[in-house]
Ligand binder design. Sequence first.
Ligand code: OGA
Ligand code: NI
Length: 348
Amino acid sequence: QSSKLKLWERPLPPHGQHTTTFHYLNQTSWRPTSPSFPFTIMEVKKDQHTSPPSEMIPIVDLSNPDEELVSRAVVKASQEWGIFHVVNHGISMDLIRRLKEVGSQFFELPETEKKAVAKPDDSQDFEGYTRNLKYTEGEVWAENLFHRILPQSCINYKYWPRNPPQYREVTEEYTKETKKLSERLLGFLSEGLGLRHEALKEGLGGEKSEYVLRINNFPPNPQPDATLGLPEHTDIVALALIVTNEVPGLQVFHEDHWFDVQYVPSSITVTVGDQILRLSNGKYKNVLHRVTVDKEKQRMSWPVFVDANPDVVIRPLPELITGDNPSMFKPIVCKDFKYRRLFKLPVD
Ligand code: OGA
Ligand code: NI
């Protein structure tokens, strides 16, 4: 329940600031082919919200040769929205196509086969396959697969599907690419704090930080108004790098409104989570978001979560703390932080 979150765990950027100038860096190099272009902000009918039409989720072209400009765009988007799309991100469309293919094939398997990687009932961890498809009002509506993909020493292949047979190879290739991309983004965000490129990565535990793949399957729901695919939340990790199929459903809370996140073909959607909020001493926003479900269409998404090592102390990076910029957050060991957030206990 978001009302239990502290004020600064919610994205509350100052009013009247609009991000219109940097949506399309190097626009000419990126030509969307989807008929849904140009993007529009679709109004969310639930909950009174209307969206100023001039605003949309920032899109950053990572292939722009002006690295400074790219860095600034990532920083600005993370400060103001806590979410942005990256295009020309360097991960091949063929690899993303194969990632989606093996994930979709897994979810198409009969229930008994999916149960081969089920999360055990008595498990204290999140890894494995789970399913929650009930017609109950207010319930979530999704099936998910969760497993770690890095570091190697944390991988439990018990939770990696053996069927389809290419699942492992494709996932390993995608892991390497998302690691590169996330380190580049963390580098920009570190520079935006006036720090060395490696500062945030090191703050998350360096090579010991953990990467987790989640595959969300949101089948069509006959009663979509009564149900959410995922209720509103902020991610308790550092960053999420999200690939989706073409069915929209993600919504973000920004300046008092719920915005539909447009599907941008070939993009990866990046969300800033609680850990980056804390390490940056509140400079970067952990975006509040949720997923709606569709009456007719199946939505799928593939977030990779970049997570601190469980033994790392999550705290504002010490270089940031000065008399003028006192620490907004108490240090807390990552695994305790996540436990408290998962069980909705207060965190200072
Ligand atoms: C999540 C999440 C977004 C999406 O898995 O935490 O927010 O687009 N997913 O499915
Ligand atoms: Ni999320």
